[in-house]
Design a binder for this molecule. Structure first.
Ligand SMILES: [Mg+2]
Length: 119
């Protein structure tokens, strides 16, 4: 079974392209990047809905793995966000790993911002 440990981001980009082809979305499996970026934000909002109005105890329960139903709903919306992100990266031709590593290096080497979270 495929998982994070045995699947590359390039393979996932291609999986999403194949889905678009099967569904007839976009031109030859490539959707308009403006639409993809907007859809990614909509999906992020759907993810956030699962956090709306939680109190601290609910968040702790979630973080400790004691709310599997909510966790599954969050994972599904996370997948939607990531699928659009993979499409965006493929269409615009950027390497996700390279961009994340470049960003980590930037954050590592900049002074902490005022009010940065300590936790
Ligand atoms: Mg969704």
């Amino acid at each position: 079974m495929r998982n994070d440990g045995n699947t590359t981001l390039d393979e996932l980009k291609e999986d999403v392209r194949q889905l678009c082809l099967r569904k007839g979305w976009g031109v030859e499996g490539v959707q308009d990047v403006q639409h993809v970026a907007m859809a990614m934000t909509v999906e992020m909002s759907e993810l956030l809905e699962h956090f709306q109005w939680l109190d601290h105890e609910d968040v702790v329960r979630l973080m400790e793995g004691n709310d599997p139903e909510r966790s599954a709903l969050i994972a599904e919306e996370f997948a939607d966000v990531m699928m659009y992100g993979l499409q965006l990266a493929r269409t615009l031709g950027f390497d996700i790993t390279g961009e994340i590593l470049r960003k980590i290096d930037i954050v590592d080497h900049r002074p902490p911002k005022a009010g940065s979270p300590k936790r």
